[in-house]
Design a protein around this ligand. Structure first.
Ligand code: PNS
Length: 164
């Protein structure tokens, strides 16, 4: 049996922590679909098309990883793609409550899809998209925390913002 997993998120932007989870996931699953939420109430910094382009570029080295976007319920999307699992990274205790609620709600909605949590490497366990954006916005160095493509995009985006 081929096992497909969906790795959902906002990826605004994708970090080395997300990539760490993907690189662990490809060892467990036959196929991973990185799924970017289209309409997030988080008001992302980077437009969906740009986030998808970045994610596509950085996962190109994994032959069994594809990138898509979705809207509506995650479990409906997972079912439509024939996925048996949802993958999420779990960093610290602070992630736990939200992830716990989400996993149980998703299970209630669709018992056929199992949520699988993976711990990222210690080196990336404190990295979040939110902190990366804050540091980049304030002129700090985020290289090493995000892929090179992201460093350049964040710099460009904040330069445009500062000018306007
Ligand atoms: O990277 P994020 O922002 O933590 O990802 C959150 C995401 C996209 C996984 C979550 O918001 C989601 O699944 N949204 C889709 C709507 C949905 O299914 N909501 C019910 C989840 S219990």
């Amino acid at each position: 049996m081929q096992v497909t997993a969906v790795y959902p998120g906002t990826f605004d932007p994708i970090t080395n922590g997300h990539l760490d989870i993907i690189s662990r996931g490809v060892r467990l699953f036959d196929r991973i679909i990185v799924a970017l939420l289209q309409n997030s109430d988080k008001e992302p910094l980077l437009p969906l098309a740009e986030r998808m382009e970045i994610v596509r570029a950085v996962v190109a080295r994994f032959p069994n990883v594809s990138v898509e976007s979705f809207d509506g319920l995650l479990v409906d999307y997972a079912r439509s793609r024939g996925a048996q699992a949802i993958v999420r990274g779990l960093r610290a205790l602070s992630d736990f409550e939200y992830e716990f609620q989400m996993a149980l709600m998703n299970r209630r909605l669709e018992p056929g899809v199992e949520t699988v949590y993976m711990m990222p490497s210690e080196a990336t366990s404190y990295v979040s998209s939110r902190l990366v954006k804050e540091v980049a916005r304030l002129g700090g160095d985020v290289s090493g925390l995000v892929p090179g493509e992201v460093v350049a995009r964040l710099k460009a985006r904040y330069r445009v913002r500062d000018r306007s």
